[in-house]
Design a protein around this ligand. Sequence first.
Ligand SMILES: Cc1ncc(COP(=O)(O)O)c(C=O)c1O
Length: 387
Amino acid sequence: MNSTEEWIKREKDVHIQLYRRIPVVFERGEGCWLYDVEGNKYLDLVAGIAVCVLGHCHPHLVKKIKNQVEKLIHTSNLYYTIPQIKLAEELKNITGMDKFFFCNSGAEAVEATLKFARKTTGKKKFVAFTGSFHGRTMGALSVTWKKIFREPFEPLIEPVVFSEYNNVEDLKRKIDENVAAVIVEPIQGEAGVIPAKKEFIQEIFELKEKYGFLVIFDEVQTGFGRTGKWFAKDHFKVEPDMIAMAKGIGSGFPMGCVGVKEWVADKLEYGNHASTFGGNPLACSAALATIETIRKEELIKNAEKIGKLFIEGVRNVFGNSRGLGLMIGTKCENAPDLVKIALKNNLLINATSEKSLRFVPPLVISKEEVEIALEKLEVCKCTGQIK
Ligand SMILES: Cc1ncc(COP(=O)(O)O)c(C=O)c1O
């Protein structure tokens, strides 16, 4: 069997070096735990970047995928398939949206919302926010804040105006009658877990009444129970016109989805958008199994309850914490170093910047596992300080 070093060397020979990977090669996972090629076991507070909501290889998910794989994997959207129809019906219940489009990733979902907004309103302009992250495709990138991601690929989609996140006055200045849509993360993930203020979200909806733009919630990271509700919009008691979803939807099976209100769907027609793979029977079966398990195991309640313990624990260790449910961030001095120290302590954590850590564990995480995580974080923090 090849060692970690050998695999890493082989990867370098054949991969475009677009990632800064942590030097570990994973082979297997179960619940909140991952196992590397050398047989080491790690507690996973990353969950594939807020993806594996059911933990790794949940038996119900595995069973449903196995059943479907033996029956039918793909047909394209030239035809009807049953899991896709069932999934849209389920999503209608949990999202409050009326109609759905399926794709394969978060960026693709965002891309579709931007197209839908232009088609529906006949307007061109988008308002996005400082700190936003919406994905790497040209449209999604156009509404993503960080210049280092955007600049090498300009010219992007225009016009896009960035308004300061959580700043009501700035938003009032930036909105006008040319805006097709405002796209917002109810909790900014890549920016380091920054929740929107209630009054900020309320103002977006008040301005919508006045100017008639659409509101797009990017719930790619916050959806499917992550924040202690099905969707983060439920914390704010608002109904956006569109929701972009991905990550947790298939608990690791790649999928994206856009949910829209009836009035958006009514203005869309044949030829406006499509996807070959989007919503294939296998992906939809994985998503159905994910939703079933979230319900059966009451994982949203768990995210809320365990999230409270976790956020408090993180505050005790680092002196600060923020977030909702099991989407938690903290400021700290040497985040990338702590990620490395954590790995040595068999703990997987993620740095969103030099100065912030993010914790987005599987929603199945137990109180005992949180206690282990917090003990390890304390050790990491002390080791980091000694260094
Ligand atoms: C809020 C948000 N939107 C969109 C994306 C892009 O998703 P993907 O990487 O699946 O394209 C991400 C990914 O981190 C995200 O956090």
